[in-house]
Design a protein around this ligand. Structure first.
Ligand code: CTP
Length: 400
């Protein structure tokens, strides 16, 4: 059976050094089964793991190697090689190659091709768990994601080195699926979605602040889910514990006032999802210097009301076509959330019960009801990423 999901797509496959390089052989096979043209590039380290002969035989094409000679350059220069592809896939991507990419270093064929190109790049990292979790690699990952590079994996599991954790290269079929999604263009392609997430910190003085327990996990999951459907995402986040989402533009803020300014500065948008747990009040006249213990009395804080970002955007000019808010309630969830939707003027409210004992605030699951003009739709309790995926699909339908 000939699978034709990637017909005649020109894939430049860069294989860097690592034990997962053997999986790149299977990836080549899967890509060719689907009709893709694969031009392989091997780094010098990759040649320690797979041979140019096996790569060339499976690809049915010439292998470009780090130690290429002038004949190669005369046949096809590295600039043309990198630009004639529809997609560049780096699988496996070692920590070293990711670091070079993030730093713009080009001291071998693979890194030169990656710097010389304007073709979309997809990266499947593979490395030891400690290397993956190292702040340097995480920094490089964030830089590359900001540069618009998409990532597949890594997966979590036991590794060739005997350790366990994230760092294993995504399976070849998962990489193929990500490539197919890339070429299919998701249902949100061409749409811009602004998402707020996390808590806000409202200063009392330069060292103290008022905050809340939001982890930012639900907002980050929504950002990744809508980005996976092809949307361009601006993610405005307060100081949240959750990992930042990949493949989106991130604006870090601290206070509600800064969050409103960042959201307004990111408009226009086709949709906005307000998942942040914004502090309702800030300290009026926060102290410029650290407040000191004073004899004979406790300090008194007076509060000022923060701007309501959801209401401001919902009722403002140039409002996005679809505005979604959240309602975190501890009682009469549906009634309160329905009233909140009317009051704020948004299209949908995702209402949830955050009473102690539900384990929702700061947890991995959510139990939501979607409130729209059509009434209340109860969703079963599920993981926050499933809630995000379901919401992303609903947003795609609504904007479709
Ligand atoms: N929200 C916002 N800006 C604020 C407060 C809330 O954008 N200053 C958004 C939240 O991101 C969420 C929705 O409004 O999408 C609901 O927030 P919530 O704090 O639950 O509602 P409140 O307006 O505080 O109403 P109440 O105090 O009655 O619960």
């Amino acid at each position: 059976m000939l699978l034709t999901m990637l017909p005649a797509k020109r894939i430049l496959l860069i294989i860097s050094g690592g034990i997962a390089a053997y999986k790149a052989l299977d990836l080549i096979r899967r890509l060719r089964e689907r009709g893709a043209d694969v031009t392989p590039v091997l780094t010098r380290a990759a040649e320690e793991f797979v041979t140019p002969l096996s790569v060339s035989a499976l690809a049915g094409a010439k292998v470009y190697r780090d130690l290429f000679d002038l004949t190669d350059e005369a046949e096809m220069g590295h600039i043309e090689l990198s630009r004639s592809a529809d997609l560049i896939v780096v699988a496996p991507a070692s920590a070293d190659l990711m670091a070079k990419m993030a730093g713009g270093i080009c001291n071998d064929l693979a890194s030169t091709l990656l710097l010389a190109t304007d073709t979309p790049v997809m990266v499947a990292p593979s490395m030891n768990v400690r290397m993956w979790e190292h702040p340097a690699t995480q920094r490089n990952l964030a830089t590359l994601a900001k540069d618009g590079i998409t990532f597949v994996g890594p997966d979590e599991g036991s590794m060739a080195c005997g350790e366990y954790g994230p760092g294993r290269m995504a399976e070849p079929l998962a990489i193929v699926a990500a490539m197919e999604a890339h070429f299919a263009g998701g249902p949100l392609a061409g749409k811009h979605i602004v998402i707020t997430s996390g808590p806000t910190h409202e200063p009392i003085d330069p060292v103290r602040y008022i905050a809340n327990r939001s982890s930012g996990a639900q907002g980050a999951a929504i950002a990744e889910a809508v980005a996976a459907l092809g949307a361009r995402v601006t993610f405005v986040t307060g100081p949240a514990r959750a990992d930042r989402p990949h493949g989106v533009d991130i604006i870090e803020v601290e206070t509600a006032t800064q969050m409103l300014a960042a959201v307004q500065g990111s408009m226009p948008a086709d949709a906005a999802v307000f998942a942040a747990a914004v502090a309702d009040w800030r300290v009026d006249g926060a102290a410029d210097q650290k407040m000191k213990k004073e004899k004979g009395g406790l300090p008194t804080l007076s509060f000022a009301e923060n701007p309501d970002i959801l209401a401001t955007v919902s009722q403002g000019e140039g409002r996005p076509e679809l505005v979604v808010g959240f309602a975190a309630e501890t009682e009469n969830v549906i009634a309160h959330a329905t009233a909140k939707r009317e009051r704020k003027g948004c299209d949908w409210i995702l209402a949830n019960d955050v009473s102690p004992g539900t384990g929702i605030m700061g947890g991995t699951e959510n139990d939501v009801t979607l409130i729209s003009a059509d009434g209340a739709e109860d969703w079963p309790r599920m993981g926050k990423s499933q809630v995000a995926e379901r919401l992303a699909r609903r947003i795609a339908e609504a904007l479709g």
